[in-house]
Structure formats: structure tokens, C-alpha cells
Ligand binder design. Sequence first.
Ligand code: XIL
Length: 488
Amino acid sequence: MRLARSGGRGTPRRHRATPARRAAGAAFAALLGAAVLVPAAPAAADAPLRDHADQMGFEIGAALAANHLQNDSQYADLAATEFNAATPENAMKWESTEPSRNQFDFGSADAFMDFAQANNQKVRGHTLVWHNQLPSWVENGNFSESELRSVMENHIDRVAGRYAGEIAYWDVANEIFLGDGSWRDSVFYRTLGPDFVADALRMTAEADPNAELWLNDYSIDGVNAKSDAYYNLIRDLIAQGVPIDGIGLQAHLINGQVPGSLQQNIQRFADLGIKVAITELDVRIEMPASQSELEQQARDYRSVMDACQAVDGCVAVTVWGVSDQYSWVPDTFEGQGAPLLFNDSYQPKPAYDAVHEALGGTGDGDGDGDGDGDDDDPPPTSGPCAVDYSAANEWSTGFTGQITVTNNGDTALDGWSLEFDFPSGQQITNGWNAEWSQSGSTVTATNTGWNGAVPAGGSVTVGFNASHDGGNAEPEAFTLNGQSCSVS
Ligand code: XIL
């Protein structure tokens, strides 16, 4: 018999009125005393993702960071409006919840839970046993086998116990295998042997009998040696009567590289009788991202959605963040970025439209920045960037062009790429203040080493000489890092 837990959440705290969803971000920020200035969510001619997902009985989730929920009402507003499921990005990890032995801190985790519950979001707890973001008192504690087992049990008991009944799925153990399918040499594996997984699953079942118990890892999206290791382990766990309910495929993907065997892999886990979810989806792009790369990314998101939705046991797709602005990708993969559904200025990207469409919506997020989903529309009159184009000096076979681009977003650009089409056969001959290239009628100007940083509200001016054979119509549309600019 286990003693009653101390420090549990006691009586349920959350029976206050649920704010209407669109206002939830503001309500939450207000609760925490943050400045409340909630711009309208981006205009969408169609319902947000979660409404479509609800209709299908599907979950579309996002990893949410407690600090941004508290400090950035635009972030909180989108998180509430678009997603019917949520995963704490860092708040429930060991280093956050038990930074010193038996000293628990649930500040961020509680804040996350409050938000998710106020917005009626299904919660994936993340994560109980993991080699990363593990405090050094565990990693370097030189515990004996029995000591480490009781350290692990206490941790699971307190963390999963605190939220018992409130968490739909727990990522009980995270990233336990290496790429070749061998066991990762974590302190848990080293000290407890492979049984630490079964132990952790059983301990979580005891701490929260209602939560589903999952394993989770990256690079197990397709059929490969590492996903084979999970397949074999889960088959064995089931045979031994160990509780196991699902496998999370993180899907931290590279643009253009969705594994061809994704659906087959999902299917084989479902055939074991467990559930599957895409738990940490992002699709990273070499920066700066061009329009065509953003369109490739949209196709990748669509393939992942389709693969999951094609298999009965695949219940959810969770993206690893709300906007590109706070993604973990640029901090982790040098030169890579723009992996999510909303850009740095919270505008929906082509990938948003793709996910929207996969959920049975019209794909009417935008992708062209105007919110109505029609990619053929003229550029918006205001947008994340403004372009002033002029043919400064014209002669019979050529001209000098000058373009000033203003960053209308509210964050600084760190690298940019401007794209436009010449309508009447013009051809760049040389240019300055940017790296110029032209393919057919499409011109790309990318920042040079010294002018990649453009502060919010700042401008950059570039120029070129071009030839033409008579006609010299001005380009009509410009994109900056894939976002349509207004043209003056
Ligand atoms: C990442 C977070 O996004 C970052 O904020 C943090 O600094 C490091 O961890 N696999 C996982 C996630 O299971 O928990 C990781 O999240 C990304 C890789």
C-alpha cells in the first residue's frame, strides 16, 4: 500500500467558468497580470483547425511553453484558437518538476495545465523518464539499482500522481533507443537494465490509472532499425502483460524528406493493438526559406496528416510549437528554421492551409497572407512587409531597378530572401546589396553578409541592372521569406 501523496493537487482547482475560446489567451494573460493586448486572430474565412478536427474526432495539438502563454497574448490566443490538444514543451520534464531531490516545482506545469483545461485541450504529459533535461543529481548521483528505482518511482508517483485523471496520455519513457536499434546508454539503462521501461510503465499506471501509457522517440517515423526495436519491445511488453497503450512518432523532419514508409510504419504499430500519434511534428528548412520551400513544406505536412489519418489507430498530430518565432529548431540545427504552421509574425503559412485541408477544411488559412486561402489573390494592402519598386533609370534595352523592402512584422529579420517575377522578359545583368539570381522569370535576392538583420520597422534597399527587349512592366507581387508583401 502506498501512502497518500503529499503535495498533490488536492481538491480540483479548475471549476471556474471557461472563457470563450478566442478570448482565452487574453483571459489567461489577464489572470497572470500580463499586459493584455490581443490582436484579432488572423482572419480565416473558415473555421480554425480544432473545429475541423473535432468534427472528425481527431486531435490536432501543439507543444506549448508556459512562459510564452503567460507573456505573449498573441501566442496564447492562437494556441487556444487552433488546437484541441496540447503538450507541455518543457514544463513537465524532470529538470522542471524535480530540480533537486524530492524538491518539486509545479509552477510551470500547473500554469500549462490551467491553460489547457481552460481551453478544453486534451493533454499529452511529456515526459517522465528521459536522459535529457535530467538534473545532474539524477544523472551523476551514483545511485545503486534499488536507489535509482525508488528515485524514479518517487518522481513518477509525484508528477503523474499530481495530475492523475487530468492527462490523456503520458510519454512515460522518451528516446530509449539509438539509431541502430540498440539501447541508449542512459543512467536508467546503465543502472536498471532494460526493465526500467516496464517498471516506469507500471509505476505510471499506478500513479494515474486513467492515463494512457506511451513511449516516444525521434527518427522512428519510417520503418528502420530504430522503429524495429520499438516494434519488438512493444510486442514483448504486450506479451508480458506490461501496460502499454501507444507509440509517439516525434517526426522532427527535414523539408522534402517525409519517410516513404511512414504510413506502413504507423500501420504495423496499430496492428499490434496500440495507438499511434505524431507527437512533435516540425519540418525544418535551410534558412532563409524560399516560397517554393514553404510550398514543399506544406506538401510534407499534408503527407504526414494523410498517413496518420489513413490508419484507424493514429489518433493525433501534434506540432512542436505554435509559431516559427519560438521554435527549438534554430537553436538546435544550425542554419535551419521556419518549421511550423505560423511564421514569426503569427501569419499562417502554406503548411497551415495544408493541415487545414487535410482536416476537411477549405485550406482557407491563407499562405498568401490575406486570410482567404486564395493563392491567386492580389497581394494584401498591408502585410508583414512592404515593397517600393522603381525603375530608376531606363534606356532602350535596359534599366536600373531599385527596391526598398520594409519589415512590417514585429520581430527583427535575421536573414531574408525577396522573390518576384518579371512580367515582360526582363533579365538581371548585375545587382548590388544582395545576392541576385534569376531562374526563368523568377528573381531571388538574398541578403548579403552585412544586411541580413532588419529590425522590426526597418528597411533595406537593393538595386540591379537588367536588360529588356522593349517592354518593362513592373513586377506585381513580392514575397519576403515566403510572405506576401504589400506593394506601393
Ligand atoms: C525541446 C524543446 O522544444 C526545447 O525548448 C528544449 O530546450 C529542448 O527540448 N524531443 C523531445 C522534446 O522529446 O522534449 C524536445 O523538446 C525536442 C526533441
